[in-house]
Write a protein that binds this ligand. Structure first.
Ligand SMILES: [Zn+2]
Length: 411
């Protein structure tokens, strides 16, 4: 491990020692107070490094800035999130370094027979000779997204020590509650004041998310006609059966379990109720906005057919907007992608522009006016005990960010 990788790793190990699991059922902002504790630690570290205007805002976002040392360059933002996902244990994380990976299976936990193999970690093969970091198998690793924080913090330290690197204003934020999608709604874009930004929260080397789903929520409520089943002929309307009928009328090739890449889906998530009334909830997802609208028309059509088929029932469909694809925003304001792609080419990183099958904080920020593609953060298999990352990749991201700043400053 070289000095820079060691620096990034040391920070990472300190950061994952703090449990910052978020909680989608909490009503507070942030959803867990541990995120505030972690934010205080990061803010202090930024002050110690000499970062300007360090502040924790009223919602718990950590903000700071490295002033421009050239004029006329755009202000660029870098963001990474402080929380870890609630789906798997994020407490007592003990990272393990596997130095100089030489191929083959990598042992995460011998006792539990947990291994990283080319089956569950296909990109591991690209990491021969790398220093790989995993958890001890009892927790997630927290690479998502504390390696992003470690890289940005190390970048801040480097820029402040190397004034010969010319750059515009660098705006830094460590954000709350990304995993549950709640935090970004509280982000103060005006205060952040960047021309464009990047989240360092993507997956393996080369993965750039510059698009995402269009997303709506659906809720179908069905009011039936209940009576004694022995005397129900030509009278009863059973909401349970109608809900099941609607679910099975949706095409099987447009479901999460049958689609990938840029294919959309409807996921029916929950059915609740009985003979009097039932509700059916779900989500609608598609990258392409025309196809997205068509999905909603198709669903309305199915519901209309069921109204005809079950005249004794009342069926109501409600669709609520969630978020939209940032692809159009990044096209309309292309500088963020130009700078990124130019730097990727100069740093000789093979990259793929992908459409995320989910939302990202960057998508919400882009749609609010701050173009924010998502850059790989060097981890794979997030949200579980098989999460791993490469420190050599982390270093590559560091150099990429430096190069992006220089390119944006015209150097
Ligand atoms: Zn993340």
């Amino acid at each position: 491990m070289n000095e820079l990788q060691q620096k990034i790793y040391d920070r990472f190990a300190r950061y994952v020692a703090v449990d910052t699991t978020s909680d989608s059922n909490s009503q507070t902002v942030p959803t867990t107070s541990t995120q505030l504790d972690f934010g205080k630690m990061l803010a202090q570290e930024m002050k110690d490094l000499g970062v300007s205007n360090v502040e924790i805002d009223k919602n718990g976002f950590v903000l700071g800035e490295i002033p421009a040392n050239v004029s006329g360059a755009p202000a660029i933002g870098f963001l990474a999130h402080m929380d870890t996902v609630e789906d798997f244990c994020g407490k007592n994380i003990r990272p393990v370094i596997h130095s100089n990976y030489q191929g083959g299976d990598l042992v995460i936990n011998e006792e539990k027979k947990m291994y990283l193999s080319t089956q569950n970690a296909p990109d591991l093969l690209k990491c021969l000779g790398h220093d790989i970091v995993t958890s001890d198998g009892n927790t997630l690793l927290g690479g998502d997204d504390k390696i992003g924080i470690a890289i940005i913090m190390t970048l801040a330290e480097y820029l402040l020590a190397h004034k010969e690197i010319k750059h515009g204003a660098v705006k830094i934020s460590f954000t709350i509650d990304e995993e549950n999608g709640i935090g970004v709604g509280y982000f103060d874009l005006k205060r952040f004041n960047a021309d464009f930004a990047y989240t360092i929260d993507g997956s393996v080397l080369g993965d750039i998310d510059c698009g995402n789903f269009n997303a709506d929520k659906l809720l179908i409520s069905i009011t039936g006609k209940n009576c004694h089943p022995g005397a129900a002929k030509n009278f009863m309307a059973n909401p349970v059966r109608i809900a099941a009928d609607i679910v099975s009328s949706w095409p099987e090739d447009k479901l999460p379990e049958t689609t990938e890449g840029e294919e959309g889906f409807i996921l029916f998530k929950d059915i609740e109720g009985g003979l009097d009334h039932a509700t059916l909830g779900g989500i609608i997802r598609h990258h392409d906005s025309a196809a997205f609208e068509q999905f909603k028309k198709d669903l309305e059509q199915i519901v209309e057919e069921k109204r005809v088929k079950y005249p004794n029932a009342k069926i109501h469909l409600e669709i609520t907007p969630q978020y939209r694809n940032m692809r159009e925003v990044l096209k309309a304001k292309p500088e963020a992608m130009h700078v990124l792609e130019q730097a990727l080419k100069e740093e000789k990183i093979d990259y793929r522009l992908t459409q995320a099958r989910g939302g990202t904080d960057g998508a919400r920020l882009s749609l609010s006016g701050l173009p924010t593609p998502n850059i790989f953060a060097s981890y794979e298999n997030p949200h579980g005990p098989y999460e791993w990352l490469s420190l050599q990749w982390s270093e590559k991201i560091f150099h990429l960010l430096v190069r992006m700043l220089e390119i944006a400053a015209g150097k």
